[in-house]
Design a protein around this ligand. Sequence first.
Ligand SMILES: NC(=O)c1ccc[n+]([C@@H]2O[C@H](COP(=O)([O-])OP(=O)(O)OC[C@H]3O[C@@H](n4cnc5c(N)ncnc54)[C@H](OP(=O)(O)O)[C@@H]3O)[C@@H](O)[C@H]2O)c1
Length: 460
Amino acid sequence: MKALLYKSATKQITGEAKALAFESFSRPVRIGLLGCGTVGTGVVKLLRKNADLLARKLGAPLKLVAVADRSLKPQPELGLTSSIIIRDPLELVARDDIDIVVELLGGREPARTAILKALASGKDVVTANKALLAEDGERIFRAAAEHQLAVGFEASVGGGVPIIRTLREALAGDRQRAVYGIVNGTCNYILTRMSEEGKEFSEVLKQAQRQGLAEADPTLDVEGHDAAHKLCILVTLAFGVLLKPKQVYTQGITALEPQDIACARELGFAVKLLAIAKEDNGAIEARVHPTMTPVSHLLSSVKGAFNAIYIQSEALGSSMYFGLGAGQMPTASAVVADILEIARRRLTATRLVASPLGYPVQTLRAAPVKPIEEIVCQYYLRFMAADQPGVLGKIASILGRHRISIASVIQRERATVGAVPVIMRTHEAREKNLRMALREIQRLSVVKAPPVFIRIEENL
Ligand SMILES: NC(=O)c1ccc[n+]([C@@H]2O[C@H](COP(=O)([O-])OP(=O)(O)OC[C@H]3O[C@@H](n4cnc5c(N)ncnc54)[C@H](OP(=O)(O)O)[C@@H]3O)[C@@H](O)[C@H]2O)c1
């Protein structure tokens, strides 16, 4: 069947092109896979299940010739026989019977060395490794440019959501103003359940772990680091700027309390972990933190483990890209799409992917990053205060002295014992001023606990 297909395709092509095409159709594009865990197994399944479809789209078969994984057992039903399984990733990248190396090991080493060695030996690369790209992307993309090879990384942000290609290609003619991403499905799942069921963070996290929606060690996700890695990649694509994770202000969701999520809703907002990037006169604002978004905004409707990236562009205006940001098959679909795109270029001899990051790597710049103290936004504030007259006045007067004006106040019914929550929403204020005011307010004897604040993005 396959042989017939290639034959009939070549029949329609004449002359010189026929000779070229025949050469292409006759040889499979050979894949070497590093890491066959969750996503790697998904890629193996998809390459197998869609083999005919992919061969038709490509005009040549994709052939998995080797898999390097330290713990993989043969699974003949997936074509994972002992003859193609090896243990050492560096042994795989040194082979000369591989065209494209697919790195799905995760972590920094040996993934970094394997990718650089693959490029140095003439192999294109596909990876989903956002942590590695955020830290070492510049080195990897420079090596790819030097060797005129491709690096596909669609699965590194948004899993199956095609956001990398969208920014690099579909939005390339336009200037981006801001990017707002719900890019960590674990956090979005936890926040959705906290909001809908009024449960504590720790309780929902345990349930998410039992359902396989959170890692045994969830630190990277719930402390916001995974979102910060992805934001670094998005910033490069959107603004042509190189950014390291340590430059991104990062605050996770572990300290969020259900009462603040409930109050936010009362004020007309949802609470999301947003990865936010903006360009402001050449400076970059890059931050990851819990954010209140209006309930009527599209981002607020993104529930559970879904991801969404909302982009403001000058000519296009607003656009949003939505889908599953993780999981075996959604992520595998993005990896296989990268394999296919690179294989197409290999077969048509247009090997060089000019600018995988949307800009030639030598034109990427390091831009000043705005310190978090310099950002200006609205704030939600909660004070636990003694239930006595004059408290509100004292708090308001300190805020006023720091040039923070109050947009609204919610004061709960009188407490029989202890402190009552005083909830405020401010107009736009500079974060430096807010922090100074909160330090002063905390010192008041009538304030019984450290104040809570959540940033509000209302005009997105
Ligand atoms: N899972 C997702 O939904 C998702 C979504 C988007 C992007 N990604 C990215 O995709 C990549 C892979 O993620 P994953 O979830 O598939 O990870 P995973 O399930 O842990 O799979 C990684 C596999 O590589 C093997 N491995 C790791 N280091 C190795 C080494 N030095 N030598 C040989 N084998 C090694 C692991 O073996 P052991 O099991 O023995 O450690 C495991 O089988 C990561 O970069 C991740 O950030 C994942």
